[in-house]
Design a protein around this ligand. Sequence first.
Ligand code: LLP
Length: 383
Amino acid sequence: MNKETIKKFRNIKTPFYYYDLDILNSTLDILKEESANSGIKLHYALKANPNPRILKQIADYGLGADCVSWNEIDAALKAGIEPSEIVFAGVGKSDEEIENAVKADIFCFNCESIPEMEVINEIASKQNRVTRIALRINPLIEAHTHKYITTGIEESKFGINTWELEDVVKKLKDLQFIQLIGIHFHVGSQITQMSVFQSLCSRINELQEWFSSRNAPLRVINIGGGLGIDYENPENQPKFKEYFSLVKKFIQLKPGQELHFEPGRSVVGQCGSLISRVLYVKPGSNTLFAVLDAGMTDLIRPALYQAYHKIENLTSDGKKLRYDVVGPICESSDTFGKSVYLPETHRGDFIAIRSAGAYGEAMASRYNLRPLPQAVFSDDLQK
Ligand code: LLP
């Protein structure tokens, strides 16, 4: 963030999310180039950030959408994403959501259970429309990330277990209004060990053989999302090239098969920062507290997942002191960072919490009846 931008922050009510659309563009440039080189289809996971302005830019780059509610599908459609590019995931899709999505004729439902398949079939039959599904399979792969965002192990509620697949394939024969087009996976989020994706590829290769032996052809292999970002170094772009080439190297696709991904965090994480003002600096027994006007209601990741976000004082360059950087909410978990070294910090200083473009604004709440944080875009400040 340059000095001119920071000067303009003075007229804006804090806390707010600041989105640098040039960063978003350069991330999308790399993502587009690397995915096109590898013949990969992308569905942006809206849950990371469904802000309409961000979504529009992503849609303009030609990405499809991965949605987990009808409202997300509606937002994707409004941003100009075609129904034929939209996938619908989620372990608990409601009847109403299914009805709407069948009517919209989306690309595919990522289906998580036999009961869900039955409901989709029934709803599709009422509309007399054959609907495409992919089976979300639990591959039993440890993602080596925070346990709350690990989704493909034995205790996970997500996906269909491999021991159910025989029944699934049998069941599909009776369900005339759904057509199986592929298989889908998502083992977790903020995955930084590439070997996790290698293990997933091996698992997919085994499953492919199983489906072939049952004469169930699969057109779509959907790897889900999960690529981690570098929270320590917000300037670093995600390692799309390494990620896509690893998957391409280890996955054995059959002729005519398409490889799909659902990136969320890696698309939007680095373009956003949460900007706040320091309300007070007060002494603790072993530390100094910098109390911000932003709290866990604006960015819940540190409180919920003990997540690290780089914290910067944008307006002081004094000598460095150690602070616990906290919010105003009456919960001890409302802490953005402990023992953070910042230039000597004063009331009124601007603090940036970096890499907050993903799962930041999207997860904000009105706890304590606080207002939701506003979004400010780099383009608007340049005017
Ligand atoms: N596909 C599916 C089926 C998913 O469940 C998710 C994320 C994604 C794709 C996108 O994953 P990504 O590329 O963003 O890792 N609130 C948590 C993250 C929850 C992720 C949930 N699923 C956080 O702040 O870390």
